[in-house]
Structures are given as structure tokens and as C-alpha cells.
Design a binder for this molecule. Structure first.
Ligand code: UDP
Length: 320
């Protein structure tokens, strides 16, 4: 099949591109390299079934042509990373909302299957873990820039589901939970690559807040495996799915595991949120997916546990 991945030079997008090529598909990537990197696709650039265009999803004539050629669109181009979102809320909202609007509008003309990358962030401050896809979204005040990301992604979901309802555009919404693996950069705030880099450099490992907040990390290969199965599952259309892992760890616990697994002498330090992000920053205390829905449909079960995820990130940063 011909498949378009917007944001295909990003972290998850580039892993998906690689897997689709390995399965015999023809892959088209559209990426403006704002947070993605040409290095992420350097190893597949020469593949004869791989094509890439460095441009924005705002370039409508180009999007129209690329969507036209594809049977499936994975719309992964977005502003991501809490640090980036807090620093550039205008860019975040415009990229995430307008980009999705353009993709859906053009896909709707030809009824192409579209995957919308959403996020566990949409569950917001809810304490009702594990999060089910049908749960209420509990977002903070609009004066807290962090929530602009969740809100922009929630709007993407509404818009995609509206296209399905009104225009019979087949859409699948995937909510990613803290996906980690080689090629993810810590530049925009992501905690695992940041801790691993700090540990390997012997720098202090920076735990924000008191470190009791927890996350459940998923290996990128598990996420990609789920996407490949959802792509050929007609019953996924019009649905929202969590894709994650249920193994929960506190951020302080994560710092300790990274330190132990790297044999690092780094000290673990705590930094208040207002210093790490901005005054009044609100974090999500816990974030665990309920995987019942995706497991029932495609038999999804994450295979790579946290220690192995950390080991693989360490290996990739060491260049092993
Ligand atoms: N975090 C941290 N130190 C860092 C980067 C992040 O303690 O250098 C914390 C962050 O405050 C959050 C968790 O790690 O509680 C996960 O952060 P990330 O940005 O990776 O993802 P989020 O789940 O917040 O989207």
C-alpha cells in the first residue's frame, strides 16, 4: 500500500516508516523538520519505496497531492514536548489544530483512511486511573499553557470524529502514552532520553517537582506494532484507542533506575516545577492506560518492559 506519514521524520513517525517499508509498503513522508530530524530517516532515505518531502502540512496543494496518492494517512505532524508547548503555545495550537484541519479536509475528499495521533495528555488532571477511552477529560485553566496541548489534541479528535460522522471519512484516533525509544530527543522535555543523557554525562539527573508523579512508558516498537495491526482492522474505524503500557513508575524511581542501569555516579536532584517550566505549572500526577479496548480488538500487549526500554535508550545514546 501507499502510505503517507506526516511528521515521518519525527520519533514515532520514523519508526513507523521503517516498519512499513519492512512490510513491503511504499512510504511517503511529509515533515518540516521543526522537531523531527533528517537523521531519523537517514538510514531509509535511499530505499526505493521511500519518498520524503521537507515541507509543512500547511502547504495545501502539496498535501492534496500527497493525500491523493496515498491509501492511508498517518497524521503525526504536531508540536510535542511539554517544554516546547510551554515556551511556544501559539505555535503549538496553530500547528496541531490547523495541520489536522488541512489533512482531514483533503482526506475527506477521497475518503482516505486517516490515523490521528493524539495523546494521554487529553485525560488531563483526572485521577481516575487507569484511563479508559470513554472517560471525562479534566483539563486545567486556560491561563496554564500546558493544557493548550491537550486541548488542541482534543479538538483534533473532535474534528476527526466529526468527519467520520458527517462525511464518512474513515478515521482512527490513537492516544499515545509516554512512548520511548531510540531517536527520541530530550530537547523538548521528554524525561527518559533526558535522564539517560544526564546519567551518561555524569551530570545531575533533574527530577522536576517532588518526583512522586508517575508515568507508564511504552517502547516505540510496541506502539508501531499496534499501528500496523489497527491499519488493517476495519472495526478500528471511528474509534479511539489508548496505546501504552501499564507498568507504572514514579519519576524519582525512574531516575534511580536510569542511574543504576547506567552505573552512573550522577546525583539525583529535584527542581521545582516553576523553575523547570513556568510559574503555576501543573503536572499530571499519574497516567496509566486502560488497554482493554485495544487488547480485545487486536490482541495488543506491550512486550518491552521499563528496564529493557532504558537499556535500549542507553545503547542508542552510547552509539552501540
Ligand atoms: N520530568 C523530570 N525531569 C526532566 C523532564 C521531565 O522530572 O528533565 C518529569 C515531568 O515533570 C513529568 C515526567 O517527567 O512529570 C514526564 O515528563 P515528559 O515531558 O517526558 O512527559 P509528560 O508525561 O509530562 O508529557
Amino acid at each position: 500500500m501507499r502510505i503517507l506519514i506526516t511528521g515521518g521524520a519525527g520519533f514515532i513517525g520514523s519508526h513507523l516508516a521503517e516498519a512499513l517499508l519492512a512490510d513491503g509498503h511504499e512510504v511517503f513522508v511529509l515533515d518540516d523538520l521543526s522537531t523531527g530530524s533528517i537523521d531519523n530517516i537517514a538510514h531509509i532515505k535511499a530505499h526505493d519505496r521511500f519518498h520524503y518531502t521537507i515541507d509543512s502540512v500547511f502547504n495545501e496543494p502539496l498535501v492534496a497531492e500527497l493525500v491523493d496518492r496515498a491509501a492511508v494517512v498517518f497524521h503525526f505532524a504536531a508540536a510535542v514536548g511539554v517544554k516546547l508547548i510551554v515556551q511556544e503555545p501559539v505555535h503549538t495550537i496553530e500547528t496541531n489544530v490547523h495541520g489536522t484541519e488541512v489533512i482531514l479536509r483533503h482526506a475527506a475528499k477521497k475518503r482516505k483512511l486517516v490515523f490521528i495521533a493524539s495523546t494521554s495528555e487529553v485525560y488531563g488532571k483526572s485521577a481516575d486511573v487507569p484511563f479508559r477511552e470513554t472517560a471525562d477529560l479534566v483539563l486545567g485553566a486556560t491561563t496554564r499553557h500546558r493544557w493548550a496541548y491537550a486541548c488542541s489534541k482534543a479538538l483534533d479528535e473532535f474534528l476527526a470524529l466529526a468527519h467520520w460522522k458527517e462525511r464518512k471519512l474513515p478515521v482512527v484516533i490513537v492516544r499515545f502514552f509516554n512512548t520511548v525509544g531510540p531517536r527520541q530527543t530530550g530537547q523538548y522535555g521528554m524525561v527518559v532520553p533526558t535522564f539517560v543523557r544526564q546519567a551518561l554525562a555524569g551530570e545531575p539527573i533533574t527530577v522536576f517537582g517532588d518526583g512522586t508523579q508517575s508515568r507508564s512508558f511504552t517502547y516505540v516498537g510496541d506502539v508501531v506494532g499496534a499501528l500496523l495491526k489497527l491499519m488493517v482492522e476495519p472495526r478500528a474505524v471511528g474509534e479511539v484507542f489508548n496505546i501504552g503500557n501499564v507498568e507504572e513508575v514514579s519519576i524519582r524511581g525512574l531516575a534511580e533506575r536510569v542511574k543504576a542501569l547506567t552505573g552512573s555516579a550522577s546525583e539525583i536532584v529535584t527542581i521545582p516545577y516553576d523553575q523547570a517550566y513556568e510559574a503555576g505549572f501543573e503536572d499530571m500526577p499519574r497516567r496509566v492506560p486502560d488497554l482493554t479496548k485495544i487488547e480485545a480488538l487486536i490482541g495488543y500487549r506491550p512486550e518491552v518492559g521499563l528496564d529493557e526500554i532504558i537499556r535500549r535508550v542507553v545503547e542508542s545514546q552510547r552509539g552501540v
